[in-house]
Each structure stands twice: as C-alpha cells, then as structure tokens.
Write a protein that binds this ligand. Structure first.
Ligand code: NAD
Length: 383
C-alpha cells in the first residue's frame, strides 16, 4: 500500500514485526516505543508481540501508545511482517515461521553455526546481520554499543566480586581519604577497555591501561582522566602490573582471531590473593588461560585464589540499558530498510551492504561462505 505522509512524501507501507526474544536468558527487545513512533510517523505498520518489551521494562501499553499493534503471539508477528527486527538469531522453534522473501535484521553470527546458516539459506529469507554492518573506518557500529555496556559493566562486576563475601580480597575500588584506592589493570584499549578505564577512574581507582597500538594509547592518554596511566603492552610490563593489580579487565581483540592468552596459568601465582579477573574477551576464547565461559546465574569461579568472572553475554545482565543502547544504533538502519526497501537501502548505504549475509538461498558474506565451504555471491549481485 502506498501512503502519503508528512510533506506529501509517498512511502510504501511496510509491515514490521518485533517478536519476543525466546533464546534463553535474552531479555532485550529489538525496538523501543520511540522507534515505533518514528516508524509509524514514516507511514509503516509495526507489530509487536505481546510482552516483547517486558524484560527491558517496556509495557504493551507503551508500545500501543506509540502506535504499535500488539500481536497475540509469535505466529501472528511472523505471518504479517515483511521486515522482522530481532536481537538474537532465530532459534530452532522460530525457523518454520520464516517466510521466503522476508527480511530479517538481527545478530546472526552465522559463521559459528552451520545448521543456523543452512536453515536460513533454505528459508529464502534475506538476512542482514548486525555484527557485520561495517563503517568505512572498519568500526562495527552495531557491536560498539554492546562493548560499551560490557566495558562499563566490567568495573561494576569487578567491584562487586572484590567484596570479601564474594571471594574477593575486600578492597574498595576508590579507597577512602587516607587509604590507597585499588589498582585496576585494563588490558586492551578498544571500546571495552576505554569504557572500563573511564568507569574505574571515575570511581577513584588507580588505573593502568595496556594496548599495542601507540596511536590508540596517544588518543587515550589525551582523553582519559589523569588517574589512568597508559602503557605499551608487552609481557614484561603485563607481569609487572599483574603483581599489584586488584582488578584485571581483559578487553583485547584481534579481529577475526581467537583472543591471545596473555595471562598464563602460572602468572596467577604472581597476583594478590583475592584479586579479580573480569575477562570480557571470553566470547573470543578469553585472554586468560584459565578462563572458561560462565553465566549470569553462576558468574564466577576461583583458580589459585583468583576470582574469575567470564560471562559471555554481559549486556544481557542489564537489558534495559542494553536495549536502549542497541536500538539507538540499529534504528537508523531499520528506518532505511523500511523506507527504501532492502535493495535500495543497501545500494545507498555501503555500511548496511556489509551486513547482507544471506539472500535468495545464497551466502553473500565471504567469511560465512569460507567457514562452510559454500559458494559466495557478493552483495552487489543481489542489488
Ligand atoms: N563478554 C561480553 O559480553 C562481551 C561484550 C562485548 C564485547 N566483548 C568482547 O570484548 C572484546 C573486546 O572488544 P572491543 O569492542 O573493545 O574490541 P576493540 O577492537 O575495540 O579493542 C580491542 C583492543 O585490543 C587491543 N589489543 C590487541 N592485542 C593486544 C595485546 N596483546 N595487548 C593489549 N592490547 C591488545 C587492540 O589494539 C584494540 O585496541 C572482544 O573479544 C569482544 O567480542 C565481550
């Protein structure tokens, strides 16, 4: 249906579906009421599954007041929607609901899951993955907000597990007048590391941040507070700093590779008893040899008297903030997909074009094709 909206602009009305996330422990939602209002204003129809926003603190009434239709169940959302916007990849129970030609915009992480990839190839849907949308600078704008959340949360969790009754050494991050603050060692000065350093510094800790990029260290030394010291990352410096650290935050990333194991098992002996390691890089295998993934239900374990926190989905612990942060970043792309149709939106926006992973039963993202030895058709071939 073509509608006339503000300034007599013609848009083709798109039915947009927001299913409730059903993956275990996922409480985020893909659109907030403010986003619904903007899409409705642009002439689109938004269908939100009943209760989809509750985990993030948004009621059906708030969505309705913004102009959404509340769908009684997931079936109804998937049946009506031309464009499905989600947070997590569709889980097995959702696969039969996917329709050929439907556009799905969400985190997919196809390269890690062959069955998921095959199911979406077979569905005939167009799959645009948040995690591969890439700006010309190389920044991944739909991953950045989650790294911001995890970096900041790492300090909050670290401070908690430093408390004695949680197994920590009993050190208060900021100290008090007359008592030295804690020493926080941040490894990696990217999005996670710089956010962690800023939070720890704000709480009054003495912060040391290591990175291998001098350019990055120059920038951080310029913008971070005076109680953050930047050091070039090498094994010698790392061991020196480990010996006095109360809290270590791991935020290293080598794009496309497993995280390097910078802290070895024997290094734990150098550390203060009851020190805490928050290994945010756990989703890439972790930068500590003794890291194994944990959950929000059981976030920590101890090795040689050192508390390890290694929750692979940290933003899931703060769904309200995470939903708002994620949707701030995804919304402009949702609007482009709805207003222009996916092909024109991808033609016009090279960042979004990088997001195309699957279309018309073919893989359009090289790393996914390579992961499974499947043929690759570049996005341009579909536009
Ligand atoms: N656990 C979670 O819930 C969660 C959430 C978000 C991100 N992450 C993960 O956190 C990690 C960091 O993400 P990011 O967005 O900050 O990445 P980023 O690319 O912004 O930053 C990584 C930084 O690590 C630095 N680095 C690489 N090798 C190093 C070394 N040997 N020593 C010191 N620094 C080194 C790089 O120079 C870069 O500045 C990633 O593995 C990401 O997947 C986890």
């Amino acid at each position: 249906m073509t509608l006339l909206v503000g300034n007599d602009r013609k848009v083709t009305q798109v039915h947009i579906g927001i299913p409730k996330e059903i993956k275990a422990n996922e409480h985020r939602v893909a659109l907030v009421p403010a986003g619904v209002a903007a899409l409705v204003l642009a002439g689109h129809a938004v269908w939100v599954e009943q209760g989809a926003g509750l985990g993030s603190g948004f009621s059906d009434e708030q969505f309705q007041a913004a102009g959404a239709q509340i769908a009684p169940d997931a079936e109804a959302v998937w049946a009506v929607a031309e464009l499905i916007v989600k947070v997590k990849e569709p889980v097995r129970a959702e696969w039969p609901r996917i329709r050929a030609g439907q556009i799905i915009f969400t985190y997919f992480h196809f390269a890690a899951d062959r069955e998921l990839t095959e199911a979406h190839l077979a569905s005939g849907a167009t799959c645009i993955a948040y995690e591969t949308v890439a700006l010309p600078s190389g920044e991944l704008p739909l991953l950045t907000p989650m790294s911001e959340v995890a970096g900041r949360m790492a300090v909050q969790e670290g401070a908690k597990y430093l408390e004695k009754h949680h197994g920590g050494s009993g050190v208060l991050l900021g100290g008090v007048p007359g008592v030295a603050p804690a020493h926080v060692l941040v490894i990696g000065g990217g999005v996670v590391g710089s956010n962690a350093a800023r939070m720890a510094a704000g709480l009054g800790a003495r912060v040391t941040l290591l990175d291998m990029s001098l350019e990055r260290l120059r920038h951080l030394a310029d913008v971070l507070p005076a109680n953050v010291q930047t050091l070039y990352s090498n094994r010698h410096t790392l061991l020196e700093q480990l010996a006095t650290a109360d809290l270590v935050i791991g935020g290293v990333l080598i794009p496309g590779a497993a995280a390097p194991k910078l802290i070895r098992r024997e290094d734990l002996r150098l550390m203060r008893p009851g020190a805490v390691i928050v290994d945010v890089a756990v989703d890439q295998g972790g930068c500590v040899a003794t890291t194994r993934p944990t959950t929000h239900q059981e976030p920590v374990y101890s090795v040689d008297g050192i508390v390890h926190y290694a929750v692979a989905n940290m933003p899931g612990g703060v769904p309200r903030t995470s939903t708002l942060a994620l949707t701030n970043a995804t919304f402009p792309y949702v609007l482009q997909l709805a207003n222009k149709g996916w092909q024109q939106a991808l033609r016009d926006n090279p960042a979004l074009r990088q997001g195309l992973n699957v279309a018309a039963g073919q893989v359009s993202y090289r790393a996914v094709a390579e992961a499974f030895g499947l043929p690759h058709t570049a996005a341009d071939g579909f536009l």
